[in-house]
Design a protein around this ligand. Structure first.
Ligand SMILES: Cc1cc2nc3c(=O)[nH]c(=O)nc-3n(C[C@H](O)[C@H](O)[C@H](O)COP(=O)(O)OP(=O)(O)OC[C@H]3O[C@@H](n4cnc5c(N)ncnc54)[C@H](O)[C@@H]3O)c2cc1C
Length: 545
C-alpha cells in the first residue's frame, strides 16, 4: 500500500506514466486484427502520451481556456483567439504524428491500408489525454475529402496540409509552413437542417463574397474553413481563408466564444462574415454533397474519440480500485465492484473492436464495394451507439472512484464534461438514426449484405442471428419510431462480430449474451457474467508490464 511522508494511507497513486498501448490488450488485438502490425511504434506513442508530462499539459490546456481578442488597443478589429501554450504543444505533437493528414497522399487520394487503422490507434490514445485540440486535427484531415472535388485548389493546399510542422502564426496561407482547416455549417436557425443556411455568396470574378454568419465555428485560428453558403444555384461549399489574397485579414468577425460544458481547451466562435473572400469548392448547388465527404470522416473521429474517452475512464477506475481498500479489501476484489468494472470493460472491448474494424472498412472501401457498404452503414450506427454510451459510461467509472472521481485532479470530471459532445456535433443521435434509415432505403441490397455477413461472422454467438433478422425487419418496415433500437442493435451485433474476429471467443460470447440475447435494462454491473468471464475481462483491461 503506497504511503506518503505525512502517513496518509489508502489513497491511490496518480495514474500517470502509463503505456496507453501496452496496457490495453483489447486495443492491441483490435489493431492487429485490422491489419496494423507496428506494435513497438504504437507502444512508444502510448508511453509518450501516457506520460505525466502530457497529462499535466492536458490539465493546463483545459484550465486555461482560450481568449477572444476581437479588437486591438485602438479599437480596430483583430479577430484572433489566444490559446495556452499547452494547447499549441498538443497541436504540434499531433501534427508531428500525422494525425491531421497521414491518411492522404499528395494528390488528395486516400493512402494505402492500414493508414486509417494506424492513425485511429494513435487518435484513440490521444483521446485519452486531451480532446480539445483534436477538433482542428479532425477537421483538417477530413477537409481533404471535400477539397479533392476541386483538384487545382487541393494541389495548392495539400503540401501545407501534409506538412508535419505546426505553424501557429497568424499569417497568410502562402507564408505558412503548415496549415489547419476548420468547418462552418451551423447557423442560428439550424444545424441539422443546413438547407436553411442563410449566408449569401455572391460571385465576383473567380471568387465569391460571403455575407452572413455561423452560430458555431470551432478552432477559429485554423487557416481556412470549409463553409456552406447560398450561391445563385443553391447551397454551395466554399473555402474561406483567414487572409485575402492581397494579404489583408479576411472579414471573419468573431462575436464571442461559446461558454461550453467541456471541450474547454478548444475555442468555438460565433462569427459574422462581412463580404468575406471565399473560393468555391465543388459545383454551385452541390454544397451538401461536397461537405458530406468531410462530415463522414469527422463522424468516424467522433467514434474513435468516444471509444478512447471510455477507455481512459475504465483504466482509471480499475487502477483506483486496485489500490483503494474498503472494509479491509481492495475495491477491485469486492464482488459488486468487480461486476461493475467487468461490465464497463465488456462495453469498452466492444467499442474498440467495432471502432478499429470500422477504420479498416474506410481503409479498404476504395477497393471493395462490401467494405464501402460496411462504412456507409456502420459509421452512423457506431457514432450513435458509442458516442451516446460514453457519457453514462464515464459517469459510472467516476463513481468507482467515489468522491475522488468528482474532483478535477483525477481527470474523470473533465472526461465526463467532454463525453457528450461527440454525440451532439457532426450529426446528433437522431440524425445518425435517420442516416441509417436513409442508407437502408437507398442501399437496401448492400445493407442486407452487411447484415448477412455480420450474422454469418457472429453465427455461433448467443442472439446473433435473431438480432440480424430483427434488425433487417426493423430497418425495412419499422420506420423512425423504431430506428433507435434498430441502430443500437446493429451496432451491438457488429461489435459482437468484431470481437469474435479480434479477441478471445469467451469475450465475444459474453458480449453477445449480455448485449444481444440476455439483455437487462439495468445499471452497469447488472449483466449476467460468470466469474471466469469477469476475471478474464478485468485481467485484460489493465495490463501491467
Ligand atoms: C462544442 C461544439 C462545437 C461545434 N463546432 C461546430 C463547428 O465547428 N462547425 C459547425 O458547423 N458546427 C459546429 N457545432 C454545431 C453542431 O454541429 C450542431 O449543434 C449540431 O449539428 C446540431 O445542430 P443544432 O444545434 O442546430 O440542433 P438541431 O438541428 O436543432 O437539432 C436538435 C435536436 O433535434 C434532433 N433532430 C434533428 N432532426 C430531427 C428529426 N428529423 N427527427 C428527430 N430528431 C431530430 C437532433 O438529433 C438534435 O438532437 C458545434 C457544436 C458544439 C456543441
Amino acid at each position: 500500500m503506497p504511503t506518503d511522508i505525512s502517513g496518509i494511507k489508502n489513497q491511490s497513486p496518480v495514474y500517470e506514466n502509463v503505456d496507453l498501448f501496452g496496457s490495453d490488450c483489447a486495443l492491441q488485438e483490435a489493431v492487429a486484427a485490422n491489419g496494423m502490425e507496428e506494435a513497438a511504434v504504437l507502444s512508444e506513442f502510448g508511453r509518450r502520451w501516457g506520460s505525466a508530462e502530457m497529462l499535466e499539459q492536458a490539465r493546463l490546456a483545459n484550465d486555461n481556456a482560450p481568449k477572444l481578442r476581437a479588437f486591438d488597443a485602438r479599437g480596430d478589429r483583430s479577430d484572433v483567439v489566444e490559446f495556452h501554450p499547452a494547447y499549441h504543444g498538443f497541436m504540434a505533437e499531433s501534427i508531428a504524428a500525422g494525425l491531421h493528414a497521414s491518411t492522404w497522399r499528395p494528390d488528395a487520394s486516400p493512402a494505402d491500408a492500414p493508414a486509417e487503422v494506424a492513425r485511429a490507434a494513435r487518435y484513440y490514445m490521444v483521446a485519452q489525454v486531451e480532446n480539445g485540440h483534436m477538433c482542428p486535427i479532425t477537421m483538417t484531415r477530413a477537409a481533404v475529402a471535400a477539397l479533392a472535388t476541386e483538384p487545382a485548389l487541393a494541389a495548392t493546399l495539400l503540401p501545407k496540409i501534409l506538412s508535419r510542422e505546426y505553424d501557429s502564426r497568424f499569417v497568410p496561407l502562402a507564408e505558412k509552413r503548415g496549415i489547419t482547416l476548420g468547418m462552418g455549417m451551423t447557423e442560428k436557425q439550424g444545424g441539422t437542417d443546413v438547407r436553411a443556411n442563410s449566408t449569401r455568396a455572391d460571385r465576383v470574378g473567380d471568387s465569391y463574397r460571403l455575407a452572413g454568419h455561423k452560430w458555431f465555428m470551432s478552432a477559429p485560428m485554423c487557416d481556412a474553413f470549409l463553409v456552406l453558403a447560398q450561391a445563385r444555384d443553391g447551397l454551395t461549399c466554399f473555402l474561406l481563408p483567414r487572409f485575402r489574397p492581397d494579404g489583408s485579414v479576411n472579414a471573419l468577425h468573431f462575436q464571442r466564444l461559446k461558454d461550453k460544458l467541456g471541450n474547454r481547451s478548444n475555442a468555438s466562435t460565433e462569427v459574422e462574415f462581412v463580404d468575406a473572400f471565399a473560393l468555391r469548392v465543388g459545383e454551385e448547388g452541390k454544397g451538401i454533397r461536397t461537405i458530406l465527404k468531410m462530415v463522414q470522416l469527422t463522424r468516424l473521429d467522433c467514434v474513435i474519440s468516444s471509444a478512447g474517452i471510455m477507455r481512459a475512464a475504465l483504466a482509471r477506475a480499475i487502477f483506483h480500485c486496485g489500490h483503494r481498500s474498503v472494509f479491509g479489501k481492495h475495491l477491485f476484489d469486492q464482488p459488486m465492484m468487480r461486476a461493475v468494472l467487468a461490465d464497463l470493460a465488456l462495453e469498452s472491448e466492444g467499442a474498440v473492436a467495432l471502432t478499429m474494424r470500422l477504420c479498416r472498412a474506410f481503409d479498404d472501401a476504395k477497393k471493395s464495394a462490401s467494405e464501402a457498404a460496411w462504412a456507409r452503414l456502420m459509421t452512423p450506427a457506431a457514432k450513435y451507439w458509442i458516442c451516446k454510451t460514453a457519457p453514462d459510461f464515464v459517469y459510472e467509472a467516476m463513481e468507482c472512484l467515489g468522491g475522488n472521481g468528482y474532483v478535477e485532479e483525477n481527470t474523470l470530471a473533465r472526461l465526463f464534461r467532454e463525453a457528450p459532445v461527440n454525440a451532439i456535433w457532426e450529426g446528433s443521435g437522431n440524425v445518425m438514426c435517420l442516416d441509417v434509415l436513409r442508407v437502408a432505403k437507398h442501399h437496401s441490397d448492400e445493407v442486407r449484405g452487411v447484415l448477412a455477413d455480420l450474422a454469418h461472422n457472429a453465427a455461433d454467438l448467443p442472439g446473433a442471428s435473431a438480432t440480424a433478422t430483427t434488425v433487417e425487419r426493423m430497418l425495412e418496415t419499422g420506420g423512425e419510431a423504431e430506428a433507435r433500437i434498430a441502430v443500437e442493435l446493429v451496432a451491438r451485433l457488429a461489435a459482437a462480430a468484431c470481437l469474435k474476429a479480434s479477441g478471445p471467443e469467451i469475450v465475444a460470447a459474453a458480449f453477445a449474451r449480455a448485449r444481444l440475447s440476455d439483455v437487462r435494462r439495468g445499471m452497469w454491473g447488472t449483466v449476467a457474467l460468470a466469474d471466469g468471464e469477469r476475471d478474464l475481462l478485468l485481467k485484460r483491461a489493465l495490463q501491467t508490464s
